[in-house]
Design a protein around this ligand. Structure first.
Ligand code: C2E
Ligand code: MG
Ligand code: MG
Ligand code: MG
Length: 282
């Protein structure tokens, strides 16, 4: 009986594994075509000063507008794009589009606007990253200080010395650097102090259960205090409720991003919201 089950299990898994592999290959091919036929789009989410609602910037978030599946979230294709290396050209497309959009909004009066772009580990490892960023800034005309690159702790820890050198070069361009999903990685304080970064972005995990989860609140408060000690900016992601907003402000975190202030929107809709809110205040 057990033996038969074992055999059944074996037979059951073989075709399904093959199917997974086939699906992956199919997705990989479709992603390549999607890049060539410009099926990727950027949505923008506001980053605001939570004390007065003033707009300080936005984060560019990529989506795949697939002809067959509709709007596909990044979690469903970024990992594979990362594995296959497609993230490098896709990431460059994202960077160029985000810089161009931000520059066109700046030209329409939003001169203080900053755009945040997510970088992947592969991009950080790419030897010509700094050249690529330099070229995109030159071609779009966006001043370097208006670009913020979001990197994760684990991405940096995986590459240590090389990453440090590259971050320094980006910093020298004038680009701002933010550590995304902060608190979920494993970087030591000693290492963090050496990084030429500007900002810690508190992960949504520590914001979600405020005010019910006291240990999450402790962690959020500790990150805010740490940022202050290290003279870094701090921003909270995933702010959904006024209670979360109040708690964060009380702890000294004034910048925030989340559904409470606005969902990610396509470029045109985002520009309309900005116009409706006036030029600098939302
Ligand atoms: P992330 O960089 O941490 O982005 C924040 C994610 O949280 C976004 O999901 C955003 O839509 C979502 N979010 C924002 N506010 C709230 C909120 O109040 N509540 C909740 N529940 N969620 C909120 P999204 O757009 O699905 O992106 C997921 C992840 O995909 C991003 O996490 C980022 O790691 C990655 N990603 C997105 N665009 C790019 C890109 O252009 N390049 C790379 N390498 N990764 C990207
Ligand atoms: Mg991000
Ligand atoms: Mg994040
Ligand atoms: Mg996150």
């Amino acid at each position: 009986q057990a033996k038969e089950e074992g055999r059944n299990t074996y037979r059951f898994y073989t075709p399904s594994l093959t199917q997974t592999a086939r699906e992956r290959l199919g997705l990989e091919a479709r992603l390549h075509r999607a890049l060539a036929s410009e099926e990727f789009v950027l949505h923008y989410q506001a980053q605001i000063d939570m004390r007065d609602g003033r707009l300080i910037g936005c984060e560019a978030l990529v989506r795949w507008h697939s002809a067959t599946e509709g709007l596909v979230a990044p979690d469903r294709f970024i990992p594979l794009a990362e594995e296959t290396g497609l993230i490098v050209p896709l990431g460059e497309w994202v960077l160029r589009q985000a810089c161009a959009d931000c520059q066109s909004w700046r030209a329409r009066g939003l001169t203080d606007l900053t755009v945040a772009v997510n970088l992947s580990g592969r991009q950080l490892r790419s030897p010509d990253l700094v050249e690529r960023v330099t070229r995109v800034l030159r071609e779009t005309g966006l001043p370097a200080e208006r670009l913020k690159l979001e990197l994760t702790e684990s991405m940096i820890m995986d590459q240590r010395e090389q990453a440090l050198e590259r971050l320094r070069a980006l910093k020298a361009l004038g680009v701002r650097l933010s550590i995304d999903d902060f608190g979920t990685g494993y970087s030591s304080l000693a290492y963090l102090k050496r990084l030429p970064i500007d900002e810690l972005k508190i992960d949504r995990d520590f914001v979600r259960d405020i005010p019910e989860d006291s240990s999450d609140m402790e962690i959020a408060a500790t990150i805010i205090a740490m940022a202050r000690n290290l003279r870094l900016n701090v921003i909270a992601e995933g702010v959904e409720t006024p209670e979360q907003c109040d708690f964060l402000i009380r702890q000294g975190c004034t910048a925030g991003q989340g559904y409470l202030f606005g969902r990610p929107l396509p470029a045109e809709a985002f520009a309309q919201v900005m116009r409706a809110c006036g030029t600098t205040a939302c």
